[in-house]
Design a protein around this ligand. Sequence first.
Ligand code: FAD
Length: 492
Amino acid sequence: MSALSQNPPALLTESDVAHWDHDTDVIVVGFGSAGASAALGARESGARVLMLERASGPGGTSGIAGGHFYLGGGTPVQEACGFEDSAAEMYKYLEALTPDPDPEKLRLYCEGSVAHFHWLEAQGVPFDRSYYPGKAAMQPGRDCLIWSGNEKVWPFREIAKPAPRGHKVAFDGPDGGGALAMQHLARAVENAGVECVFDARAANLVADTNGRVIGLRYTRDGQTKHARAGSAVVLAAGGYIMNEQMFEQELAWMPRDLIKHGTAGDDGAGLLLGISAGGAPMGLHQAFLTSPVYPPESMIKGIMVNARGERFVAEDSYHGRSAGMLTEQPDGIAYLVLDSATFGYPPYEFFEQALVDGYETVEAMESGLGLPHGSLVKTLADYNAAAARGEDPGFHKYADWLQALDQPPYAAFDLSVGRAKFAGFSLGGLSTSADAEVRRGDGSAVPGLYAAGACAWNIAQDTRGYSSGTCLGEATFFGRRAGRHAGSKPQA
Ligand SMILES: Cc1cc2nc3c(=O)[nH]c(=O)nc-3n(C[C@H](O)[C@H](O)[C@H](O)COP(=O)(O)OP(=O)(O)OC[C@H]3O[C@@H](n4cnc5c(N)ncnc54)[C@H](O)[C@@H]3O)c2cc1C
C-alpha cells in the first residue's frame, strides 16, 4: 500500500460533531451511476436517503462514458438478435478473465443480469433490440448489442461459449450513451424522493466507539456540515486516476503521458474515506488502458510486433487487452504491420499512432523499423504460411481475421509507449462483500459502510481481462445491492 493510501483523512468520532445538520437513514456519497443505483436501492428498501455530490449536478464519469453495460445470460436484446447465452457461460467467461474472481459476486452478477437489464429499463434507460456486427470500440449509432470483450479470443472461446454482451444505451452516436443513462437514472432518483445536495464534498467519516460508521462531515460553500446516517453510508465516489500521487505511486506502469479518462471527482476520495474506517484497498495498481487501432476492421488482420520483431498478442483481442500486453514488451515498443490489402488508418486522432512509413519489401520494413536482422521476415513468413492454412498456432487469432500479409507495399504504424497515446482509468478499489459492505483486511465488515462503482473492487479488475460495459454494469448492479442492503439494516 502506498504512503498516500496509508494516510487517509481522519476518522472522526461523535465528540467531533457539535451539531448534526441532517439526520437520515442512508447517505450516498457521489451521484454517478453507482450512487444513483444505491440511492434507488435504498429507497426500494424504504429508507430515507441523502445524496451528496461534490459537483454541481449528477453525472460523474458515468455521465461521460460511452454507455456499454456488460449484461448476458439471455437478455431480451440477445434473444431478439438471435444469440444464445446463459448465466453459466457468462460466469465461465468472466471467471477466466478476472485475476481475483469472487465466486459469489460473479454468480450473483451473472444470474442477476437479465433482471438487472429489466431494472435499468424500468428506470428509463433505453436499449434498442438491435445488433452491431462490426468490430469497434463503440458502436457509431444506436445499435445495442456488440462483442465488447475477449469472448471470441483464444483460449476464452474454448472455456465459455461466446456471446456478445456489450449492451449500449440507445444513443445516436459513439459518445453520449453514458450521459443518456445518467439523465434517466437521475430522474428516477429525483422521482424516488431522494434528498440531493450538490457542491457538497464528503471530507471525513464519523464512527461510534465500536467503529460503526454513523455519518460524515462534508464541506459546502466554505462551510462544514455533518450528516447522520442511522443505517449506513454508501461510498460511490468514483476512481483515483486524477489523484497525481496515486498515479505516480500505484500506477507507475502506465504511460506517463496517459490521457486520464475521468472527471475531477476521480481523485480517490471514496477509496481514502473507506480506508479511514478500516476498509482494505485491493488491486490499487490495476487500471484499464487503451489505444485502439480499429476500426477499420481490416487492421485486425495485421500483426503487432515488438522490438524483437515478434508478435505478442492475438490481434483480435479487445483493445484493452492488447494495450496491456503492449506495455509489457521491451521498452514498450510495438508496431502494427499491414500490407496493401489490409491497410487503413487508425480512427482516433488523439491516440497518435503515426504511420512510420510504407515499404516495398518486408526486408526494407524490418530495417526501417530497426528490428533485428531476419526477425520480421521470419515472423511474417511463419504467420503467412499458417494463415494460408487458416491457422495461427502461436496466438490462435480467430479465423475471421486470419489473412496472409503478402500484398506489397507494406506499412507500419507506431504503437509504442511514449510515441503513441494511451488512455485509461483506475480499477482498484475497496474490498467489499457480495452485498457491497466494505471489508477489512481480515474479511470482516466495517459496520455501517458500503462501497460500489469505481471505488470498489468487483468485476472489472485489470486491463488484460477487461470487457467494455463491466464498469457501468457492476456500478449499477452492486450499487443497487449496496442501497438495498444498507436501507434494510435496522437503525443503529
Ligand atoms: C470516456 C469514458 C468512457 C467509458 N465508457 C464506459 C462504458 O461504455 N462502459 C463501462 O462499463 N464503463 C465505461 N467507462 C468507465 C465508467 O464510466 C466508470 O467506471 C463508471 O462510470 C464509474 O461509476 P461510478 O458511479 O463509480 O463513478 P462516477 O460516475 O465517477 O461517480 C462518482 C461521483 O462521485 C463524486 N464525488 C467524488 N468525490 C466526492 C466527494 N468527496 N464527495 C461527494 N461526491 C464526490 C464525483 O463528482 C462523481 O459525480 C468509461 C470511462 C470513461 C472515462
